[in-house]
Design a protein around this ligand. Structure first.
Ligand SMILES: [Fe+2]
Ligand SMILES: [Fe+2]
Length: 182
């Protein structure tokens, strides 16, 4: 089964974004003091970096090579929002972003013609993504006072940006059939 150049570009974008996400979370782990949070962030960072490795291995298994790119989801969010400045902002954006990624991966998995090697990698991603969504939701729900009150406000703001970033990606990379509601 052949893979199209358009789909390869997509896999390479996933690869670069997983790595970028892992690095952002790892840097965050350098600056927090709470032991539980250090454990969560370090594990989450490691899984995203491993996802970059899995996409790289997937691209190689398809007989291709990873291509250097600085275009990632995270670069696009930063261009739209500026760099998130607090732990609360990074984790709220992570939650909004990873919900979108989850839906996007489900759509990619179900799309007729998705290569079996890609399907296998997507299934692994979805399993890990459920864990990411649940710990971040728990953490956000456990906040109190002004931080708790800020969560829905940030969520609304980030959902608008997320929808715009995804709309732009669909058009830049011609992901037509991967369009998913945000
Ligand atoms: Fe990931
Ligand atoms: Fe994730």
């Amino acid at each position: 089964m052949e893979i199209t150049d358009r789909e390869l570009t997509l896999l390479n974008f996933y690869r670069a974004s997983e790595l970028h996400g892992g690095l952002v979370l790892g840097r965050l782990a350098q600056h927090v003091r709470d032991t539980e949070l250090i454990l969560r962030l370090t594990a989450h960072s490691a899984e995203e970096v491993m996802h970059a490795q899995l996409w790289t291995e997937t691209i190689i298994a398809l007989g291709e090579r990873p291509r250097p790119t600085s275009d990632t989801y995270q670069a696009r969010y930063a261009a739209a929002l500026g760099a998130p400045s607090s732990l609360l902002e990074v984790l709220t954006l992570t939650q909004v972003f990873e919900r979108g990624v989850y839906r996007h991966f489900v759509t990619h998995l179900r799309r007729p013609g998705t290569h079996p090697i890609v399907q296998k990698t997507l299934r692994r991603m979805l399993a890990d993504e459920r864990g990411h969504l649940s710990w971040v939701k728990e953490w956000l729900d456990a906040q109190t006072g002004a931080r708790r009150a800020a969560v829905p406000v940030l969520m609304r703001r980030y959902r608008v940006v997320d929808a715009e970033v995804r709309r732009q990606l669909m058009s830049d990379y011609e992901w037509g059939e991967l369009a998913c509601a945000s």
